[in-house]
Design a protein around this ligand. Structure first.
Ligand code: ZN
Length: 129
């Protein structure tokens, strides 16, 4: 009986055995009237569970943040893509106006207002990053 009192009172499952057997480690603590080794003490298990819960919550929060960041990146890409056709059109009009001017035609300003608008819109998007 002396041996039983000096070893842990927790039952453990061992490989290859169907029924749990008693933990053979040296008891180091007495909790709730029972003797436990260091890793089977209820206070140790409770503290470890609290650590795991904190780590799990941290990893969950990190995963949620990453998901939110990815969503924001995709929204920004969509906004930029929506701006692309108007930017391209303005650039084409500026090139045509410049080429015409170089050939001796008058300088055509018709495209300039739309180009300013689309440029301002594109810059606003960039500043929100
Ligand atoms: Zn034990």
């Amino acid at each position: 009986m002396t041996t039983t009192q000096q070893t842990c009172s927790e039952s453990v499952h061992r490989d290859g055995l169907r029924s749990p057997t008693r933990c053979s480690k040296q008891a180091t603590k007495t909790e709730n009237g029972r003797r436990y080794c260091t890793i089977h003490a209820p206070s140790y298990i409770k503290a470890k569970q609290a650590e795991w819960d904190i780590k799990f919550q941290e990893s969950l929060a990190a995963a949620h943040q990453k998901e939110a960041d990815n969503k924001a990146d995709k929204m920004e890409q969509a906004r930029r893509a929506a701006c692309y056709p108007a930017l391209l059109e303005s650039l084409e009009q500026a090139v045509v106006a410049t080429e015409n001017y170089n050939r001796g035609d008058r300088w055509d300003y018709d495209w300039l207002e739309a180009a300013r608008d689309v440029l301002a819109k594109a810059k606003d998007m960039k500043e929100t990053e």
